[in-house]
Design a protein around this ligand. Structure first.
Ligand code: BT5
Length: 253
């Protein structure tokens, strides 16, 4: 904590050996009034989760399992943009600590090739006055070897150690993630999403690609043409129609 370069994010850090999910702890702290920038980190999560309550494999001591409480003064429909802002921050942090170039699969995956090294889960506490808190969950596979992953994800997951061939200092990576998250959220608050959109597109594994988007009610195939100023994915189907995708699982074809 002493080495943090940030002014706000990480000034309060709740560090735990173990918890069910850092998201649950962060939601609780946010409700109790924890300040903007509070960070919850655990060595082990027994019930780490992804979107739609999917399981997030959180091997003990080998990843970064953390949730960050932000209290931005923006309307609730802008919350998904923070997933994209966090993704850019994580890619830049990985680059700075390891030299590795990861790419971002819209909306919340950070990949090496087709394998997932990081997932982001942005959740919202809001009321009639707007956003009370954003809880940004970040799971980074750092030092796992292949056999450390659950069988269910061994073929689709990777870690920074597997990609770089050497162990990575988790503390340094946490510091860099929080640093870049602060830099980019400040840029976002000052200048809006436009500059972040350009950075995001520069790291995107999705734009210009043929994709399949699975949504709760339908599946669409086409070319991912870009994201809007709101972070909505634009998918052009073979009939020439442009569809705005707000939430989906994307398969690169
Ligand atoms: C995500 O969901 O990718 C969001 C993951 C967020 C995890 C962090 S850890 C700290 C905080 N506390 C929590 O409890 N959660 C957050 P989604 O896009 O739904 O992807 C979930 C899918 O990723 C699963 O269904 C698996 O297929 C795959 N998966 C699970 N664990 C993985 C891992 N460690 N590495 C790569 N892929 C994994």
């Amino acid at each position: 904590q002493a080495d943090l370069k940030t002014k706000k994010i990480g000034k309060r850090i709740e560090y735990m050996e173990q918890c069910a999910s850092t998201q649950i702890v962060a939601h609780q702290l946010a409700q109790e009034g924890a300040p903007d920038g509070t960070v919850v980190i655990a060595e082990l999560q027994t019930e780490g989760r992804g979107r739609l309550m999917r399981k997030w494999d959180s091997a003990k001591g080998q990843g970064i399992w953390m949730s960050i409480i932000l209290r931005p003064d923006v309307p609730p429909h802008k919350a998904p943009q923070f997933t994209l802002v966090a993704a850019v921050a994580i890619v830049r942090a990985i680059q700075s600590v390891t030299g590795l170039e990861a790419s971002i699969k819209w909306p919340n995956d950070i990949l090496f090739g087709t394998k997932k090294a990081t997932g982001i889960l942005t959740e919202l506490q809001s009321d009639a006055d707007g956003i009370q808190a954003l809880i940004i969950g970040i799971g980074v596979n750092v030092n796992q070897e292949r056999e450390d992953f659950d069988a269910a994800v061994q073929d689709i997951a990777t870690s920074l150690r597997l990609e770089s061939g050497q162990p990575i200092n988790r503390r340094e990576l946490v510091q860099e993630i929080l640093h870049f998250l602060e830099v980019y959220t400040e840029l976002y608050i000052e200048k809006g999403f436009a500059p972040l959109k350009i950075l995001w597109e520069g790291h995107s594994a999705t734009i210009g690609k043929a994709i399949r988007a699975r949504m709760s009610r339908e599946t669409l195939e086409g070319i991912a043409e870009g994201i809007t100023e709101d972070g909505v994915l634009q998918l052009r189907t073979a009939d020439g129609k442009l569809h705005g995708i707000y939430s989906a699982d994307i398969e690169l074809k």
